[in-house]
Design a protein around this ligand. Structure first.
Ligand code: HEC
Ligand code: HEC
Ligand code: HEC
Ligand code: HEC
Length: 243
């Protein structure tokens, strides 16, 4: 089904009769043609990275982020998980893990095309003035993450408790119920040095999970299923949980 932001491009494709139409929408085939392909919008037309990254004048050095961040404070309804691990709060415009970047669109509070820098300046109006709604809006527009899988949370990498995003693994956590190193299976873990720096890669005692532990927003080569999943819809949970 064509996305609303695909119209200009799709019309262009129709006009160019001999254009090799090779929409790479299969899992693992890259960004082009996916729900995250916002190229071909505006004048001059945006490229495939602009809606999320910019080489200059970014909103943050980390990820050279170009999408206006949400100012929501994200939280869950419960205080802690069944294992006693406290649910975190995530400040949309300051949290350094990639989850805040996803939520800049997926809480529906900021237009998808509200960019920080484009074509030599801050764009006067959103390049694409639609918001994420429906099933893809995983957080409420006021920051509610209740009833969603935890993120910005510690992972017991190597079957050791972790502290991540100031949250420590709960006292009731069964350390034997976890795949020691899920990164071997294509899952992404992150580490937090305790000074506000969250980086890719697992470190014993400092490991954690983010939205991009389960999804690759670029539909890169390690994606195994639709919805940018780093596993299959039926087989991603057991890449971390031993059940
Ligand atoms: C819909 C938003 C979005 C688009 C479009 C996008 N990215 Fe990203 N990109 C992200 C997010 C979010 C991360 C952080 C992912 C993580 O931590 O695993 C990221 C991370 C990266 C990184 C650093 C880590 C890595 O995965 O290698 C690079 C480099 C990168 N993107 C390049 C690009 C390029 C080049 C394009 C265009 C071809 C692009 N991105 C398009 C959202 C996007
Ligand atoms: C620039 C805005 C933007 C950012 C940033 C962004 N997304 Fe999206 N994403 C969208 C839009 C728009 C859609 C399509 C929504 C729809 O179909 O209703 C989408 C769709 C998706 C889908 C469904 C894909 C499909 O094929 O239906 C997933 C999964 C997803 N995003 C995950 C993420 C994750 C995880 C991140 C961060 C790593 C992220 N997104 C960052 C805008 C964004
Ligand atoms: C523990 C793994 C995991 C984490 C972490 C995770 N997701 Fe997902 N996500 C999934 C799975 C599995 C699906 C497909 C099943 C489904 O449709 O719910 C999915 C589906 C989606 C979809 C498609 C709409 C839908 O609900 O079907 C979007 C959008 C999305 N995720 C965004 C996000 C964002 C944003 C984050 C971080 C706040 C995130 N995900 C964190 C596993 C995860
Ligand atoms: C990237 C690793 C990872 C993946 C993949 C993953 N989880 Fe989790 N899951 C976690 C972590 C970490 C916690 C929090 C553990 C804690 O309580 O400290 C958790 C917690 C949970 C909880 C317990 C919440 C509570 O209140 O105690 C459930 C249920 C759960 N996950 C289900 C799933 C399902 C279903 C899937 C597949 C869609 C999945 N998980 C995929 C890492 C993962």
């Amino acid at each position: 089904m064509p996305r609303p932001w695909c119209f200009a491009k799709c019309l262009g494709l129709l006009a160019a009769l001999f254009y090799p139409i090779s929409a790479a929408t299969a899992p693992g085939d890259g960004l082009q043609g996916t729900a995250h392909d916002f190229s071909g919008i505006g004048n001059p037309e945006s490229g495939m990275c602009t809606f999320c990254h910019t080489p200059h004048k970014a909103a943050s050095q980390r990820l050279l982020w170009n999408h206006k961040l949400s100012t929501n404070t994200f939280s869950w309804d419960l205080v802690e998980t069944g294992s006693g691990t406290p649910y975190p709060t995530i400040q949309g415009d300051t949290y350094t893990g990639p989850t805040a970047k996803c939520l800049s669109c997926h809480d529906g509070s900021v237009a998808v095309g509200e960019l920080v820098w484009w074509n030599g300046g801050p764009p006067p109006a959103p390049l694409l003035n639609i918001r994420v709604t429906g099933p893809a809006q995983v957080a409420t527009s006021t920051g509610g993450l209740g009833n969603n899988h935890p993120v910005a949370m510690p992972y017991p990498f190597n079957n050791s408790p972790s502290t991540y995003n100031t949250v420590s693994s709960g006292v009731r956590l069964d350390l034997t119920a976890w795949v020691p190193d899920p990164t071997i299976l294509g899952i992404r873990l992150y580490n937090d040095d305790g000074a506000g720096n969250i980086r890719r890669g697992a470190v014993v005692g400092q490991a954690g999970i983010e939205c991009s532990s389960c999804h690759d927003p670029h539909n890169g080569p390690t994606v195994e299923d639709v919805q940018f999943l780093l596993g299959t819809t039926t087989g991603i949970c057991d890449k971390c949980h031993i059940k």
